[in-house]
Write a protein that binds this ligand. Structure first.
Ligand code: MGD
Ligand code: MGD
Ligand code: MO
Length: 773
């Protein structure tokens, strides 16, 4: 086992550390150096879209953009290791369930469809047609199609997602929980009523013109490394970059571009942030209000600060916002943000000093009770000076999964817009279900209630990614059938229904051969660019099917006699699927021709044209009171004699969501381990403990249920007092199902009230952790 240590990281993000890590990744996945060809094809016009993050490509037709974590994502898929029937014959499912998430994924690529065999508690091979027949039998037997649940993770291509939503709606339900429900749902929920689109308004070119870039609750050095290139260029141009984060993330401080030869040999690096605001967890709404209050006060004092023309022509609600800001107390803003009035005014001056401002945000904003209000405040801030719908300015929610935005565009949505349902009716001649379906948290509740009978997942790792882990597991185990379309073994395959299937699919890096030849799929990045992705590697096994083929064959088996859609003909040539997409979505007119251009095309974004698709035809300012009733506030009201901490859960540098690549978190100085708790040194003392002590975490919640996660090592860290941080998914058992963002339903994974107690072995009950250290 690797040495466990905590060692403060003094280098910049990127640099030789990144190159070394790539070398080790290739070795570990047993990818020969010629496998480097795979890496060089990522994000190339004739290659595949990187399955890592959704950050757009600088120039799709130029040289390879180096990205350490992109390499890890590609290598994880291109690994030489295999999990076939011989593997499954060696273990019972109970034995596999004793392994860590890291071990499970590390075994390699799945090669054949497998079915759960209860008498032996093992997975055994099954023929594809038999698998489809089994699912069809279950689905057709349900008295109500709403008893089936169809999850999606954001790697599915547009083509797969389009067929999937068409199939499921023809089958009869809108039950489409997806990873987006746990991710950027609040961005859409906040922006749609406010500015008429649920997506970011900027393009990569806007980053070349911005004078100031605000980054709220996002860790690009780990999760969107290619964004650092943009930030570095902006910094060199003299743009100001203001970061808001409870941790001083290395990637937001300094960066060495591994492609910059001079920096690499000279040991140089470029600073990223010009201003760093280390606010309190959940304090962003108060911080943004403080910045806005400074702007209003500047306007009231000297005038000429606001963009009055924009406000008059394009918006409504400004006076109410201004009145709310004037009345707000600095003391409250300071207390709730954890920043001083001076700091908030300094941030306000960065905003006022810039003609063009971009605001970016990530999970540090979306995973709170008041996330929707926070996002609307960020957009209001932009609008005060007309920083929306013009060059170099706008809103930039930085998406996670590489096609999560495209999946939503294609209709993977439990609350489908009427226009989509009308179009499906008109094009395909059936009446789609109109009632909304369940989101991710509601889906778990439905399974727990015994009313979710069939659970089908197009990708992802539902059992590990969702909140309230043991509740989720109970829900899944309550199902008659669970099915996972997947590339690698994960926890979700081991926490299964009475019957269960694992259906292995092609990854994006692989050649997808269909009747008319090799196929490409399309994806949409975080800035609404749609482009083609073509795999170059031979498939990991001859038995794999593509995701579109799996969906089409399942639809054909399930809807036999009920559907006019020529499912099997469509998958012979994916251009035919794109023709169907074009029939349903007007924005995709000329889809096949437009996507054939290297780099693809940008989908229309009305807000970036200052056209407001809202009820009022205008963009709205929304005044937002500072919430004083968050779960932490309430827990502190109840428990006065102990410290109630606010826990946020986050990603290490060596993971992709629930996929753990390794045990290091280099930029935060953590090596060889994951069960650590970042905590202020004074808080450790206040608890009567020492740095390095082992502790357990107990959620403070009021439903009488015990939620704990055990055995975390205290790491004294530069973090605000009263806040603690730890990695996801180890901490998911702590997130109550009922802790969700207002109006968006997103689990509040960045603010859980917890007690930190000295470690004691759990008396009974389930294993305390899904991922043993
Ligand atoms: N390599 C890699 N790339 C990825 C992923 C991955 O796991 N690995 N995941 C992908 C996915 S699906 C997503 S959604 C994105 C996620 O990318 P990010 O949005 O960067 O997600 P996190 O790592 O969860 O946390 C973001 C940051 O929020 C900060 N934070 C925590 N609480 C608060 C708060 O209250 N306020 C503020 N201002 N900051 C806070 C944390 O310190 C951390 O720096 O990345 C995508 N890309
Ligand atoms: N506590 C806490 N919980 C969180 C978060 C958090 O910050 N804190 N973040 C949330 C966020 S932002 C997200 S997006 C979700 C992620 O939730 P999911 O998207 O469900 O989870 P992933 O870990 O990304 O899924 C990984 C699995 O996808 C499968 N896979 C990989 N590539 C492919 C492919 O090409 N096709 C198919 N069919 N399968 C593939 C592999 O089997 C792998 O095991 O987790 C959420 N949960
Ligand atoms: Mo995400």
């Amino acid at each position: 086992m690797k040495e466990q240590k905590i060692e403060f990281y003094t280098g910049s993000a990127g640099g030789w550390g990144a190159l070394n890590s790539v070398k080790n990744t290739l070795l570990r996945q047993e990818i020969p150096i010629k496998g480097a060809k795979t890496l060089l094809s990522a994000n190339q016009p004739d290659g595949f879209d990187c399955p890592g993050c959704a950050w757009p490509d600088r120039n799709h037709a130029s040289t390879f953009e180096f990205c350490e974590n992109g390499v890890k994502a590609v290598a994880a898929e291109a690994t030489a290791r295999r999990v076939g029937p011989e593997f499954f014959a060696q273990y019972t499912v109970a034995e596999l369930a004793d392994q860590s998430d890291f071990w499970l994924e590390d075994q390699g690529r799945l090669t054949q469809p497998m079915a759960y065999h209860a008498p032996s508690d093992q997975y055994r091979p099954i023929a594809w047609d038999d698998a489809f027949a089994l699912i069809a039998k279950h689905l057709r037997a349900l008295p109500d199609p709403n008893q089936a649940i169809f999850y999606t993770s954001g790697r599915a291509s547009n083509e797969a997602a389009f067929l999937y939503q068409l199939f499921v709606r023809q089958y009869g339900t809108n039950n489409f929980p997806d990873c987006s429900n746990m991710c950027h749902e609040p961005s859409g929920s906040g922006m749609r009523p406010q500015i008429g689109v649920g997506k970011g308004t900027v393009t990569l070119q806007d980053f070349e013109h911005a004078d100031a870039i605000f980054i709220f609750g996002q860790n690009p050095g780990t999760n969107h490394p290619r964004m650092l290139g943009e930030l570095r260029e902006a910094h060199k141009r003299g743009a100001r970059i203001a970061s808001f984060n409870p941790l001083r993330e290395r990637g937001l401080e300094r960066f060495t571009d591994p492609q910059d030869k001079l920096q690499m040999v000279s040991g140089g690096s470029t600073p990223i942030s010009t201003h760093y605001f280390q606010l309190r967890v959940g304090g962003d709404l108060a911080a943004v209000k403080g910045i806005m209050k400074h702007v209003i006060e500047a306007e009231d004092a000297r005038g000429g600060v606001l963009d009055h023309a924009f406000i008059a022509e394009h918006t409504q609600g400004f006076e109410a916002l201004a009145a709310d800001l004037r009345a707000e107390s600095w003391a409250l803003l300071e207390q709730e943000s954890g920043l001083s009035q001076e700091q908030l005014r300094a941030a306000g001056d960065v905003y006022l000093g810039a003609k063009r401002v971009i605001a970016c945000w990530g999970m540090g904003i979306t995973q709170h009770k008041h996330s929707v209000a926070t996002i609307q405040a960020i957009v209001s801030l932009l609008m005060m000076r007309g920083n929306l719908g013009r060059e170099g300015a706008g809103a930039c929610p930085v998406r996670g999964h590489s096609n999560v935005q495209g999946d939503r565009t294609m209709g993977i949505w439990e609350k489908p817009p009427a226009a989509l349902l009308d179009a499906l009716r008109d094009v395909y001649g059936f009446e789609p279900p109109r009632a909304p379906g369940v989101d991710t948290v509601e889906a778990i509740q439905q399974m727990l209630d015994g009313n979710g009978k069939v659970f089908f997942a197009l990708g992802g790792n539902f059992a590990s990614a969702t909140p309230d882990t043991y509740q989720t597991w109970k829900g899944l185990q309550n199902c008659d059938l669970t099915v996972h379309v997947t590339t690698k073994l994960n926890r979700s395959h081991l926490v299964h229904g009475r019957e269960a299937l694992i259906l292995p699919c092609l990854g994006r890096t692989e050649i997808d051969m269909q009747a008319t030849g090799p196929q490409g799929v399309t994806v949409e990045d975080s800035m609404s660019m749609v482009h083609i992705s073509v795999g170059i590697n031979p498939p990991a096994s001859e038995h794999l099917l593509s995701e579109p083929a799996i969906v089409a064959r399942l639809a054909a088996a399930t809807l036999a006699g009920r559907s006019q859609v020529p499912w099997l003909w469509l998958i012979e040539d994916y251009a035919r699927i794109r023709d169907e997409i074009e029939k349903v979505f007007p924005d995709f007119r000329g889809f096949n021709e437009r996507v054939a251009v290297p780099g693809g095309f940008r989908l229309r974004n009305t807000a970036s044209e200052r056209v407001w698709n809202t009820a009022s035809g205008k963009a709205s300012f929304y005044p937002a009171p500072i919430p004083l009733d968050t779960p932490t506030h309430r827990a502190r009201e109840r428990i006065k004699d102990r410290i109630v901490f606010t826990l946020f859960t986050t990603r290490s540098h060596d993971q992709y969501n629930t996929t753990i690549y390794g045990m290091d978190d280099r930029y935060r100085g953590v090596y060889g381990q994951r069960r650590v708790l970042f905590i202020h040194a004074e808080d450790i003392r206040a608890l009567g403990l020492k740095d390095g002590d082992w502790v357990d975490l107990h959620t403070v919640w009021s439903d009488g249920q015990e939620r704990r996660a055990d055995r975390f090592k205290l790491v004294a860290y530069d973090i605000p007092r009263g806040n603690v941080g730890a990695y996801y998914p180890e901490t998911n058992p702590l997130v109550p199902l009922s802790a969700v963002a207002e109006t968006a339903g997103t689990p509040t994974s960045k603010s859980i009230p917890v007690l930190v107690v000295p470690h004691e072995p759990a008396p009974t009950g389930p294993r305390p952790d899904a991922v043993p250290a």
